[in-house]
Design a protein around this ligand. Structure first.
Ligand code: UD1
Length: 337
């Protein structure tokens, strides 16, 4: 039985990749869903549009955002406007409508680099890798104290924030604004820090796309996926339907407090090279090419500790890497967002 306060849910960004799956999962769980999206004419930065959408709503699930790494500093105003200002307008509207729960789409990019252990110094925070090291093919980070090679570890939610680009900064700002709102109103905010989400309706290759969509788009065009570095960099690829389930779980779970943040991940880290091979195999080729090239802003490994979401939200990803990639290899991609 759904409590009356949770019966009607506003999903922002409901026409997007993740938002559309979230809206479907909420409906399948018995909720009434109000969809708001720029693509269907309503903007989160428009207080009047929010007032219309929020009538009778008990929970807001905020997925609308400008995503990706961006192209250059010309993107800064858009990230600040859509993600930061948009969230501020949304929270003010929630207060007007006495809506007491927010589920926020956040991202593992707020951590910057992943977590690493040095054999001598324990948990350390390596500096960003230098262009000179990357150009020499030295991809693994080193201990900032003794320069030994470090070993990746699952990143916990209490890791220090280290936003390294405008998107990451805007996601962290959203979390802080949500905590400010919770303090002022007594509301509850739950931030879901998505790891590398993939699955049906992922937008095709654009400068803002994640690597799974870039590889899929290449394969669809008959081109080999181009894997940077040596392909051994690790990510946690989590299926979009699992991410949607995490949002449904976050409607109720979550530790009370200003803002509870959770890694939303599969718990099965895989290398980018393995992901390219899995997709190429299921697409029938061509085989991936390891280029040895690099992007200066990339982090080496970022692997999630998914336990907190399991313990406090009851969220456990169900779609494994092999099954998910097999489906994704032939799933429809969306037109660029
Ligand atoms: C990505 C998103 C980030 C999002 C996060 C969690 C982008 C650009 N980054 O971060 O916004 O918050 O997931 O969902 O959307 N790579 C290749 N070949 C390519 C492109 C990339 O080998 O053609 C490699 C990169 O060098 C990197 C890895 O793939 O090592 C992941 O890249 P990407 O998906 O772009 O960024 P993330 O840092 O994982």
């Amino acid at each position: 039985m759904i409590p009356p306060r949770e019966a009607k849910v506003l999903v922002t960004g409901a026409a997007g990749f993740i938002g559309s799956h979230v809206a479907e999962a909420l409906e399948a769980a018995g909720h009434e869903v109000v969809r708001l999206d720029l693509r269907t004419g309503d903007d989160v930065r428009d207080g009047a549009a929010l007032d219309r959408a929020m009538a009778g709503v008990g929970v807001v699930v905020h997925q609308a955002a400008k995503v990706g790494l961006g192209v250059n500093v010309a993107d800064l105003p858009d990230y600040a406007s859509v993600n930061v200002y948009g969230t501020a307008v949304l929270l003010a509207a929630m207060a007007r409508h006495d809506i007491a729960r927010l589920v926020l789409a956040s991202s593992m990019v707020v951590y910057g680099e992943g977590a690493y252990d040095c054999p001598t110094h324990g948990r350390v925070r390596p500096a960003p890798r230098s262009a000179a090291a990357l150009a020499r093919g030295h991809f693994e980070p080193h201990c900032p104290r003794c320069d030994s090679e470090v070993v990746y570890a699952g990143i916990e939610e209490d890791a220090p924030a280290d936003p390294r680009n405008a998107y990451a900064t805007s996601k962290l700002a959203q979390e802080h604004l949500a905590a400010n709102w919770a303090r002022e109103t007594g509301g509850t905010a739950v931030a879901l820090r998505y790891h590398n989400v993939y699955g049906p309706r992922m937008p095709q290759d654009t400068p803002y796309s994640g690597v799974a969509a870039i590889f899929r788009s290449a394969l669809e065009a008959g081109r080999a996926p181009r894997v940077f570095e040596d392909g051994a960099q690790l990510r946690d690829f989590v299926h979009v339907r699992d991410v949607a389930c995490a949002n449904v779980a976050a409607l109720r779970g979550g530790r009370p407090g200003l803002l509870a943040a959770y890694n939303i991940a599969s718990g099965q880290p895989r290398s980018v090279g393995d992901m390219a091979v899995a997709l190429a195999t299921h697409c029938g080729g061509p085989e991936p090419v390891i280029t040895g090239g690099y992007r200066l802003g990339d982090v080496r490994h970022i692997v999630a500790a998914p336990h907190k979401a399991g313990a406090e939200l009851g969220f456990h990803a169900r779609i494994g890497f092999d099954e998910g990639m097999k489906e994704f290899a032939t799933a429809p991609l969306a037109c660029p967002e």
